[in-house]
Write a protein of this length. Structure first.
Length: 567
């Protein structure tokens, strides 16, 4: 059996020919170009047909020297299907058996065709003056005639050269052929160079922080990996793009898995890459693991100490952990590197709000908007700051103005719905939350969904129960985000379960939540204000806030910066 297999040179299935002697895939004599991993995957499926290959076996065959996740295999199958023109919902070539693996659908026929060696084929194909068919038809006398003709041509050429050397003017004699400058051939990029070009284009689009540009960035990063499947930076870029898709553009739950998986792929191919560890830190953050996120960012910083994005991210994550003094220090470091970095300005505003300096926070959000009017997170957080200072109508105006530029944007629409709710317009708020869900169907909008349910005239018991279970599961799975506990407190407050509401509010405070004004102004917490337990929680939050303020000896920097005119 082994001997027979070595004689096989090509496989025929459906309308495709897989020539393993030459490493080519053909359809109607036209080559379908496959990246190496896609080719290896197809060979594995074809050679095993009609057997079903488990995911584990496929991963061992295609990635023998690496440890990868299921998601990487799924993405490679997806890329192969795209190259073949296959449809996952109605597969013609590759069939996925849920929970078991993959197999090739068409019947496979094996052939042994001894072709000319690939090197010889390349040499002949390069000579387009003497087509192969003419060469193959020359026999007998015709070959002798061709040889005679060739000898005559060579002889005449030698006589001509000799004559020119003996009798022509040396000054006018043409330079030897070897001395002539040849026309430079077009530069041929290596796989890594081509991949790097795609990566740089993807990075440019990613940094525009818009949904359509983020999708384009993902496509460029995938093209980079098709050129060079071991390019660490492209995996890191892909990880960050999936994280941004989930965090800022209401992506799908699968984006979380893709973000972590691609970050680890980046580390696999370069464990000294600051970009790879930064990507892992961001992926951990969007998954709700703040401590893991900080550790990954600190590793990235040890590899690239002056990376602005890493420093800015650390300030933001420490702020979410309630370590506000440390957050302030990181914000200052980032702004020292780039005083006009709008992302850090927004992060600093959020920390200042956590410390109770709402007006100062509002000033920094406005500064970010002045520098970059299309930075949507700045507008969103400005509106939230206005809500916390009871400027309800101002918040409504902020979101309405922003939505004139970006109609139906989910985050801005959510801010507008919040403003209606804080302003006592509960029915209008409920309708606005509903409109967001309708216009953003099939997207992950957990908070919008929650507020839609909590602003309903009558609570839908089953959906509230499912939502509560989902939030608790996230906490039990290791998430240390205070916002999850805060949301549970809101749900129990709406159900008039005072004890449970306060219990989860205490948990949020323990996880770092210190925003007193956000609790005081939240309409759902208003019935709790007569509770001694609730007021003790507020008192505890103020104490923690004051302690962080005392530790934050850099606040003078932010107060002084507030008055600096924008350049």
């Amino acid at each position: 059996m082994g001997e027979k297999k070595t004689r096989i040179t090509r496989y025929l299935f459906d309308d495709l020919i897989l020539d393993i002697q030459q490493g080519r895939l053909l359809r109607n004599d036209e080559e379908i170009y496959l990246p190496k991993l896609s080719y290896d995957l197809l060979v594995s499926l074809v050679e095993s047909s009609p057997a079903l290959l488990s995911q584990q076996v496929l991963m061992e065959k295609v990635w023998p020297d690496r440890v990868i996740g299921d998601e990487t295999l799924k993405q490679r199958v997806k890329l192969l299907r795209k190259s073949l023109g296959d449809d996952a919902s109605a597969p013609r070539y590759i069939e996925a058996i849920r929970g078991r693996g993959y197999r090739l659908r068409p019947e496979v026929k094996c052939e042994c065709v001894i072709n000319q060696a690939p090197a010889a084929i390349v040499d002949l194909a390069a000579n387009d003056h003497f087509p192969n068919i003419t060469y193959q038809q020359l026999t007998g006398i015709w070959r002798r005639i061709s040889r005679l003709g060739l000898s005559l041509i060579v002889g005449l050429s030698l006589i001509t050269v000799l004559y020119s050397q003996l009798y022509s003017n040396p000054a006018a004699a043409p330079a030897p052929v070897a001395a002539k400058k040849s026309t430079p051939s077009p530069q041929i990029l290596t796989a890594r160079e081509a991949a790097n070009d795609y990566y740089l284009k993807g990075k440019e689009y990613y940094q525009r922080y818009r949904k359509i540009d983020n999708n384009i960035a993902i496509e460029f990063f995938q093209k980079a990996l098709a050129k060079d499947p071991e390019f660490s930076l492209a995996y890191a870029g892909l990880s960050q793009a999936y994280s941004q898709q989930l965090f800022q553009f209401n992506g799908e739950e699968s984006d979380k898995i893709k973000a972590i998986d691609n970050a680890y792929q980046a580390i696999t191919f370069n464990n000294d890459s600051a970009d790879a560890y930064k990507a892992l830190g961001i992926a951990y953050y969007v998954s709700g693991w703040l401590s893991k996120s900080i550790n990954a960012h600190l590793k990235a910083l040890s590899l690239a100490p002056d990376n602005l994005e890493t420093i800015s991210n650390l300030g933001f994550i420490y702020s979410e952990q309630g370590k506000l003094a440390q957050a302030v220090n990181w914000h200052k470091k980032a702004l020292a590197l780039d005083p006009g970095h709008v992302v850090t300005m927004v992060h600093a505003g959020q920390t200042l709000s956590q410390l109770g300096h709402e007006q100062l926070a509002e000033a920094w959000f406005n500064k970010a908007i002045d520098l970059q009017p299309d930075y949507l997170l700045a507008s969103y957080h400005l509106g939230q700051a206005q809500l916390r200072t009871k400027q309800y109508q101002a918040a409504i105006t902020t979101y309405q103005d922003a939505l004139k530029r970006y109609q139906h944007h989910a985050l801005l629409s959510e801010g507008l719905a919040d403003s209606y709710f804080y302003n006592g317009q509960t029915e209008l708020a409920h309708k606005t939350y509903q409109d967001i869900l309708v216009k953003q169907e099939n997207k992950v909008l957990p908070r919008v969904r929650m507020m839609f349910l909590l602003t309903a005239p009558r609570l839908p018991a089953e959906e509230i129960s499912a939502l509560t279970a989902s939030l608790k599961n996230s906490l039990y799975e290791g998430s240390d985000k205070a916002s999850l506990s805060y949301d549970l407190a809101l749900i129990y407050a709406r159900q008039a379960q005072e004890q449970q509401a306060i219990r989860y509010l205490v948990q949020a405070v323990e996880q770092g939540f210190t925003q007193v004004s956000k609790v005081e102004q939240q309409p759902l917490f208003q019935p709790l204000k007569t509770s001694d337990s609730f007021n003790r929680v507020l008192s505890r939050m103020r104490q923690k806030q004051n302690r962080e303020n005392q530790l934050s000896n850099e606040l003078a920097f932010f107060k002084a910066e507030e008055t600096v005119p924008l350049g």
